[in-house]
Design a protein around this ligand. Structure first.
Ligand code: GTP
Ligand code: MG
Length: 190
């Protein structure tokens, strides 16, 4: 799979307003600050396409990026500890759950991103169970592997694997550009 073009189409803030033009959607979900937007930028090789920030809660709408004129990468807001007002948090959580679990939209894949250094949190497990419940095609990405100390890497990956069960995990670093080929293969080659 070669990404030749990527363009921002729109940001969705309300529950009834999304594209439905039949093109496949691949969604990126995970805790606030885990690197969802960074991973999209890395995949499309455009550092500024999706906005990123070191403060959790950067992405607050559902952003759709059209790739090769043929499918969408969907950058979702994060769950967990977004630094937003109470109302902001509730609005964003409802939007995520609506899009992934209640809306008529289907995802070709849901890429669930976890922080490799932090490990699988309770919120990550809850999200995974909800996705499994709805029989979504989930791919798990362990981002920020560059932050793990070499000596504990294997043990840390093993701990993550134990918590996510049968799913394959793709070790990734958006910063160091590790895991891109493997993730693209999971996204498109089956
Ligand atoms: P929200 O939109 O707030 O939910 O966050 P997000 O998941 O989109 O995260 P974002 O891409 O904005 O990245 C959050 C922070 O993590 C930024 O400071 C990134 O530079 C950093 N980051 C992302 N990927 C990596 C990585 O692979 N390694 C390291 N060390 N930092 C990373
Ligand atoms: Mg983001």
């Amino acid at each position: 799979m070669n990404i030749r073009s990527a363009k921002f189409i729109k940001g969705v803030v309300k529950e009834d307003d999304l594209l439905d033009d039949g093109k496949p959607q691949i969604a990126f979900i995970g805790r606030s600050n885990v690197g969802k937007s960074s991973i999209i930028n890395t995949l499309v090789k455009q550092p500024g396409l999706a906005r990123t920030s070191s403060f959790p809660g950067r992405t607050q709408e559902i952003n759709l990026f059209l790739i090769n004129n043929s499918f969408y990468l969907v950058d979702l807001p994060g769950y967990g500890y977004a630094r937003l007002s109470r109302e902001g948090q509730i609005r964003v959580q409802r939007l995520i759950y609506w899009y992934l679990l209640d809306s008529p939209y289907e995802q070709k894949k849901v890429i669930l991103i976890i922080d490799a250094d932090v490990g699988v949190t309770d919120n990550d497990s809850k999200m995974l169970y909800s996705l499994e419940d709805q029989e979504k095609d989930v791919v798990i990405v362990a981002n920020k592997i560059d932050k793990i100390k070499k000596g504990v890497y294997s043990r840390q990956m093993q701990k993550i694997q134990e918590k996510v069960g049968r799913h394959k995990i793709i070790p990734f670093s958006a910063e160091k550009r590790i895991g891109i080929k493997e993730l693209l293969a999971e996204m498109f080659d089956k």
